[in-house]
Design a protein around this ligand. Structure first.
Ligand SMILES: *Cc1c(COP(=O)(O)O)cnc(C)c1O
Length: 497
């Protein structure tokens, strides 16, 4: 199987090249030239298997230039016993008849990004062994919170890699900050930037394209790569869990083999729901993909009207990982739905960068409407949902998952569609303790986030993940703060060049 670019169909690369390059030189994203199909027999064979064995089978369909041994090495390393707090890696929780929560946050950092970022380092180092011999890979990340920690945890002590994370000094929560600054591992670095997230991001981009740095890197046997969510190596692990969830639905008797499910996803950059789209295209029986947004409802409008317009107010919400106005992975969906017309995609993306908007019509819009339903809710409704789910079912969910549950409830009420649903849950509630606590308590006693974790435990009785419980009182390992101008120096110092 080969991969091409959404903006230039003459591009033809292997999976390894797509993963090591991250993005196509024309600015497009790598997509498979053909989406592999699976049969009901294939799904039936997966049902008795463990998550790891299911992952090997599914990834084998996409990473065709990896040997079976290489795929086994990658998957076994990423999801081995003890890394995730469930033997099933991403277990299904039955909330009510026909409503199943897919818990994607059982990994080391308690957010769904672990599902991909535990595997990516293995895919990247295996791929780069094929394409760039004798090179050490340097991962640079600018983060507003969750991605930085998940990437650090994924790349920690992975041979032949180094990772350096930059975060805005006042732009992350105290919990997120301590998660990053206490990071262990011999190949990791963390540095705060005087500035906001955009400053950190543009600083990292400038380093990526700096000629002097590139030369110095080459002389020292180093090469940059990215752990960004547009890398195909972050998307492909996510396809696995939707196929695995369908297997679990059949195994538990929630649906019979071949009967459809709906999939509901709290969406930001459109990566997670795009993985569900690939699973559907491959042949998993999925009726409707429900795209849930917070007050930043640019995707709701797009999926309903065909007009994508980012020229609107940006809201900081209680579900911050979905506070996004440019959902990069949407470009891949558009490419598949418009008959792989690279010129058209390129034109839409040019309009987006020049005018902040574009409109799709006709056939493409019809396809979107037949595949997707969309909705959004504000912070009040998000917190109200956390309260209702906790009181009604005794289940404590985080703010992002609550957006999905709220949108799903409205979808069901409006359409009467009772198809059994898989609802993606993207973070452990303790990761967003302050908001979750305020949703279920009238008065909060605690003054800081770490005390709120304990207070939320007293109130809910839900076990606190040990990696969050032990953070309080840990002393940070990385305390340096640098100016934007000094980021280059920090990179050189860390690499000793
Ligand atoms: C990143 C993130 C999302 C959004 O996922 P996308 O793939 O960007 O749509 C939702 N919830 C949480 C907790 C996240 O960290």
């Amino acid at each position: 199987m080969y991969y091409t670019s959404t903006r230039d169909k003459s591009v033809r690369v292997t999976a390894s090249e797509a993963i090591t390059k991250g993005i196509s030189p024309d600015g497009g994203l790598f997509v498979p030239t053909e989406i592999p199909k699976i049969s009901m027999d294939f799904i039936k064979e997966l049902i008795p298997l463990s998550y790891i064995e299911r992952a090997k089978r599914v990834l084998g369909l996409y990473l065709t230039d990896f040997t079976a041994d290489e795929i086994a090495y990658c998957v076994e390393g990423a999801y081995k016993q003890g890394k995730f707090s469930s033997d099933k890696v991403s277990p299904l929780y039955k909330l009510a008849d026909g409503e199943y929560i897919l818990e994607l946050w059982r990994g080391p950092t308690c957010a769904f990004k672990d599902m991909a970022l535990q595997l990516l380092p293995y895919l990247l180092t295996t791929a780069s062994n094929k394409t760039l011999k004798d090179t050490e890979i340097v991962i640079l990340v600018a983060t507003s919170g969750d991605t930085g920690k998940a990437a650090l945890e994924g790349f920690k002590d992975v041979p032949n890699t180094k990772i350096l994370v930059f975060y805005p000094v006042d732009g992350v929560s105290p919990m997120q900050k301590l998660q990053m600054t206490t990071q262990e591992g011999g190949n990791v670095g963390v540095c705060a930037i005087e500035g906001n997230f955009d400053d950190a991001q543009s600083g990292v981009k400038a380093i990526f394209t700096d000629r002097d740095i590139e030369k110095k890197f080459r002389e020292n046997g180093l090469a940059f790569s990215s752990a960004n969510s547009i890398n195909w190596g972050r998307l492909v692990p996510q396809i696995v869990y939707y196929i695995s969830a369908y297997c679990d639905m059949v195994e538990s008797g929630a649906v019979s083999l071949g009967s459809p499910v709906n999939i509901v996803v709290p969406t930001g950059n459109f990566g997670n729901i795009l993985a569900a789209f690939y699973a559907k295209e491959m042949g998993v029986p999925v009726k409707t993909l429900v795209c849930a947004s917070n007050a930043n409802n640019v995707l709701t409008d797009f999926l309903k009207t065909g007009t994508y317009n980012k020229n609107r107010e940006f809201y900081c919400t209680v579900s911050p990982s979905m506070d996004i106005l440019i959902s990069s992975n949407l470009e891949r969906l558009l490419f598949h739905l418009c008959g792989e017309d690279d010129a058209t995609v390129k034109n839409w993306m040019r309009q987006l960068s020049e005018d902040g908007k574009y409109t799709v019509t006709g056939d493409v819009l019809e396809k979107i409407k037949s595949l997707f339903a969309a909705g959004f809710c504000d912070d009040n409704a998000t917190k109200q949902t956390i309260f209702e789910i906790f009181n009604g079912y005794g289940y404590l969910c985080d703010t992002h998952t609550a957006v999905a549950l709220n949108v799903y409830k409205n979808y069901k009420a409006c359409t009467g569609d009772n198809t059994p649903a898989v609802i993606a849950s993207t973070a452990n509630p303790y990761k967003f303790s302050a908001s979750v606590l305020s949703a279920i308590s009238e008065k909060i006693k605690s003054e800081n986030e770490f005390d709120m974790v304990e207070e939320l435990f007293e109130k809910s009785g839900e076990p606190v993940p040990p990696q969050l419980a032990t953070l309080k009182g840990k002393s940070p390992r990385f305390t340096n703060v640098c100016s934007k101008e000094n980021m280059k120096r920090v990179v050189f110092d860390m690499l000793g060049i």
